[in-house]
Design a protein around this ligand. Structure first.
Ligand code: ACO
Length: 401
C-alpha cells in the first residue's frame, strides 16, 4: 500500500482487480444476470419467455428502446431494418481483396470497420438521429455481411437480400440460395436460428461488450466500436467457444472416451479445459443452454439427422454434472455447449459460428453503446495499473550495456 501511495499519490481508494471480476464499470438498465440462480433478463423479461413467444427483431426493439413494441411499433421497426439490409455495392469489391481461405471473422472485423468509411453520414455520435440510423444500419447489414463472408469463403456469388422475408429467413437465404435454383426457407431452421439470435443478443458487460463501451467512451464512431467488439468476440474463451466445443466433441469421438477428457480437464498440469463448461458469471446452469439443448433436438428431428456428437455431448454433460470437481467449481454447460451442434446440423461450417454470434450480439453492443453515449455521467474508460517494472534508472550508452 505504501508503494502504491508513493507511485500514485494518496488519492483515496485504489483497487487491483485483474479481469474485473468484482468491479462494475458502468450502470446499466439493459440486461440482468443472477449467476447463482441461473437467471437472465432482458429489460426485466426472462430469456425463456422471450425465446418462447417473441422473435429476434422484437428482442432488438426491447433492448434498444426498453419496452416491448406494440404491433404498430414492431411493424415500423421491421420495415426500417428491412430498408437497410443492402450494403453499398462497392463493399462487394472490398471483399475481393480478401483471400478466399481467410477466417470469416477476420473478414467481419474488416468489413464492419469499413462501414464507417461507407456510411460516414451516420457517424456523428452527438446527433441522436444519426445514432439511430447507425444502429439500424448495423442490425440490418450485419447479416448481409456475414452471408457475404460465407459465400466468399466457398467461392459462390453473393445473394442479395430479399426483403419480403423475415430477418432470419432472409439471412438463411443469403447463405444458402444458389443461382438458378429455387430456395425455400425451412421454418423450423429459421425459428431455431432466430432463437439462437435472441439468446445471444446481450449479456451485460462481457469482454466484447466492455470492449465496445471502452472504444466508444473515447467518442469513436459506432461502426468502429462494433468492429472492436467483433475482434474481442473472436477469442476461444468468448465467442469462439462453440467452435472449440465441436472440435472437442469430435476429438472425444465416442462416449466411452469421455472419462479421459474429464481427467484431463481436472489435471492442473494439463491446460485442457472442457469447452462449453464454466462461465464467469453463471455458477449454475446457463438458462440459455437449456433452451439451446431443446432447439438442438428440434433441428435434428426436423432434418432427420442423427449426430453422434449430440450423444457425446449429452453423456459428457451427464458425467460432468455428477463429478465432484465440476460440482465444487460450479462448472455447468454454457450456451456454447449445444449451439455448435445446431449450427452444424443447419449446414454452417464451424468458422461461421462466431460470425453468427456477432450478428446476434450486434444489437446488444449497440444498445450498450447508446446507453453509454446518452448517459451524461459517463467518462472515457481509463483503467489504472499496478506498475511492477524497473525503478527509475539512467540511460546507458550502448558500449556500457
Ligand atoms: N474445464 C475445466 N476446469 C475449468 C473450466 C473448464 N471448462 N472452467 C473453469 N475451470 C476451473 C479452472 O481451472 C479454475 O480452477 P482452479 O480454481 O483450480 O484454478 C476454476 O475452474 C475457475 O476458473 P477461472 O478460469 O478462474 O474462471 P473464470 O470465471 O475466469 O472463467 C471461463 C470462465 C473463461 C468461461 C472458463 O470457465 C473457461 O475457460 N471455460 C471454457 C471455455 C468456454 O466455454 N467459454 C465460453 C464462455 S460463455 C461465452 O462466452 C458465451
Amino acid at each position: 500500500v505504501a508503494d502504491i501511495r508513493k507511485l500514485y499519490g494518496d488519492t483515496g481508494m485504489f483497487t487491483y482487480d485483474p479481469g474485473f471480476t468484482s468491479t462494475a464499470s458502468c450502470e446499466s438498465k439493459i440486461t440482468y444476470i443472477d449467476g447463482d440462480e441461473g437467471v437472465l433478463l432482458y429489460r426485466g423479461y426472462p430469456i425463456d419467455q422471450l425465446a418462447e413467444h417473441g422473435d429476434f427483431l422484437e428482442t432488438c426493439y426491447l433492448l434498444l428502446y426498453g419496452e416491448l413494441p406494440t404491433a404498430t411499433q414492431k411493424a415500423d421497426f421491421d420495415y426500417r431494418i428491412t430498408r437497410h439490409t443492402m450494403v453499398h455495392e462497392q463493399m462487394a469489391r472490398f471483399f475481393q481483396g480478401f483471400r478466399r481461405d481467410a477466417h470469416p471473422m477476420a473478414v467481419m472485423v474488416a468489413s464492419v470497420g469499413a462501414l464507417s468509411a461507407f456510411y460516414h453520414d451516420s457517424t456523428n455520435i452527438a446527433d441522436p438521429v444519426e445514432r439511430m440510423v447507425a444502429s439500424t444500419r448495423m442490425i440490418a447489414k450485419l447479416p448481409t455481411l456475414a452471408a457475404m463472408a460465407y459465400k466468399y469463403s466457398i467461392g459462390q456469388p453473393f445473394v442479395y437480400p430479399k426483403n419480403d422475408l423475415d430477418y432470419t429467413s432472409n439471412f438463411l437465404r443469403m447463405c444458402f440460395a444458389v443461382p438458378c435454383e429455387e430456395y425455400k426457407v425451412n421454418p423450423v431452421m429459421s425459428r431455431a436460428l432466430d432463437r439462437f439470435f435472441m439468446l445471444h443478443a446481450d449479456h451485460e458487460q462481457n469482454a466484447s461488450t466492455s470492449t465496445v463501451r471502452l472504444a466508444g467512451s473515447s467518442g469513436a464512431n459506432p461502426f468502429a466500436c462494433v468492429a472492436a467488439g467483433i475482434a474481442s468476440l473472436w477469442g476461444p474463451a468468448h465467442g469462439g467457444a462453440n467452435e472449440a466445443v465441436l472440435k472437442m466433441l469430435a476429438e472425444i469421438g465416442t462416449p466411452d472416451r469421455i472419462p479421459i477428457y474429464i481427467a484431463k480437464a481436472k489435471d492442473k498440469n494439463d491446460p485442457f479445459r472442457l469447452m462449453g463448461f464454466g462461465h464467469r458469471v453463471y455458477k449454475n446452469y446457463d438458462p440459455r443452454a437449456k433452451i439451446m439443448q431443446r432447439t438442438t433436438r428440434e433441428v435434428l428431428a426436423e432434418l432427420g439427422v442423427k449426430d453422434d456428437l449430440l450423444d457425446v455431448a449429452i453423456e459428457l454433460e451427464r458425467i460432468a454434472l455428477h463429478d465432484e470437481y465440476f460440482i465444487e467449481k460450479k462448472l455447468y454447460p454454457n450456451i456454447d455447449f449445444y449451439s455448435g451442434i445446431t449450427l452444424k446440423a443447419m449446414g454452417l461450417p464451424t468458422t461461421m459460428f462466431t460470425v453468427l454470434f456477432a450478428v446476434a450480439r450486434t444489437v446488444g453492443w449497440i444498445a450498450q453503446w447508446k446507453e453509454m453515449i446518452e448517459d451524461p455521467g459517463s467518462k472515457i474508460g481509463r483503467p489504472r495499473q499496478l506498475y511492477t517494472g524497473e525503478k527509475q534508472r539512467d540511460y546507458l550508452p550502448m558500449s556500457k550495456r
